[in-house]
Design a protein around this ligand. Structure first.
Ligand code: SF4
Length: 365
């Protein structure tokens, strides 16, 4: 089937998605053009900023692809103080970001649960309720998710990494801490706990096929996700998956495929929020801008104190490492202006997709 014919359809099946993911040359340009139109029509050319606070690089897990995995003894571990977190949150308030993301390695236990609860309450207080908070703190129990929701978090990001259960097991240790079923169950729990739910995948993993990526898009549609953060897989020398680096496609190809994934996802899920991830910029200096032009509408400037950037590295060559939040802010403003998008200062930028579902649910009651 011709690409133009596929692009004229309202909904896409697996075969059509796979065809679009492979688009190159002039066909790719058609795909990007269509994705940009759909974005403008459904979520407008606005970019929402989420100030990213990397709370801690301590993690109890050992994902084979991650630079801060528990068994990596070569990095220095840190934990931001509450004061550092709150100062960063205040920076976001002053800059009218509308939202922040609190992200950390996966930790568990009452101490950690309480700490996040307290931070959420203090953030609500200091921002006078003006900041939306997204959490990205891994797999937790429903009860913990609910406690955090009630303390002020309204969005949660938990990447599935791949929707292929076999591939998932291949890139994680085979133990009870790393089960695909648990990850899926957590996504369901987040939904029932009340959150706007986000997920994402790595693109260009060793052993991954086009069929896997097609199924990733269908998985996101099936679980009716509200937000997505996905980007190219980037290898890290201090991880077990590095052993398979010879199987990888070039970084440029992983980058192109990531843009195609973003564009196709925008066609499939027209009103969700899609992040333009930093990993894109690690390959192409203007990678995040390019993603904004093909469907993405969220950017997460790093507002973690700069001295910790070097040791929160899930992958190597993380861009803007060591840059002060203030510098990062001005740089982003210039970059975003070049894309013809406008920064939605002072707006929460909630997922429109979630808003519609929520309205329908309330109407039913
Ligand atoms: S990917 Fe997340 S859970 Fe896995 S080791 Fe890294 S920080 Fe921990």
């Amino acid at each position: 089937m011709e690409i133009a014919e596929i692009l004229s359809k309202e909904s896409l099946d697996a075969k059509e998605i796979a065809c679009l993911l492979k688009a190159a040359g002039s066909e790719k340009e058609l795909l990007y053009e269509k994705a940009a139109q759909v974005k403008e029509m459904h979520v407008q050319n606005k970019v929402y900023l989420r100030g990213l606070i990397e709370l801690s690089n301590q993690c109890k897990k050992n994902c084979f692809y991650c630079g801060i995995r528990k068994d990596n003894k070569l990095i220095k571990r840190y934990n931001l103080s509450d004061e550092e977190v709150l100062n960063a949150a205040y920076f976001a308030v002053e800059k009218h970001y509308g939202s922040i993301v609190l992200q950390s390695g996966e930790l568990e236990g009452e101490g950690f649960t309480k700490r996040i609860e307290n931070l959420l309450r203090k953030i609500r207080e200091l921002s006078d309720g003006k900041l939306r908070v997204t959490l990205s703190c891994g797999e937790q129990s429903w009860k913990t998710y609910r406690r955090w929701f009630e303390s002020g978090a309204s969005r949660y990001l938990l990447r599935i990494e791949t929707s292929n259960a076999d591939l998932y097991q291949r890139i994680h240790p085979d133990d009870q801490h790393h089960r695909f079923e648990t990850r899926v169950r957590c996504l369901e729990d987040l939904r029932s706990a009340g959150y706007q739910v986000g997920t994402g995948v790595m693109i260009g993993l060793p052993f991954q096929t086009f069929e896997d990526l097609t199924n990733d898009i269908l998985f996101m549609k099936r679980i009716d996700i509200d937000m997505v953060g996905m980007g190219p897989y980037l290898e890290h020398q201090q991880t077990p998956l590095y052993e398979f680096r010879d199987l990888l496609m070039t970084k440029e190809d992983r980058f192109q495929l990531s843009l195609n994934m973003i564009a196709v996802l925008r066609l499939v899920m027209k009103d969700i929020n899609i992040a333009s991830t930093t990993a894109l910029q690690a390959i192409d200096p203007t990678g995040r801008e390019k993603a904004l032009m093909v469907g993405a509408n969220v950017i997460m400037p790093n507002i973690t104190p700069e001295q910790y950037h070097e040791v929160y590295k899930l992958y190597e060559n993380k861009p803007c490492s060591g840059e002060r939040a203030e510098d990062c802010h001005s740089c982003l403003e210039t970059r975003i202006a070049r894309t013809g998008n406008e920064i939605a200062y002072g707006e929460w930028g909630d997922s429109l997709h979630f808003g519609k579902k929520d309205k329908e649910k309330k109407a039913e009651v």
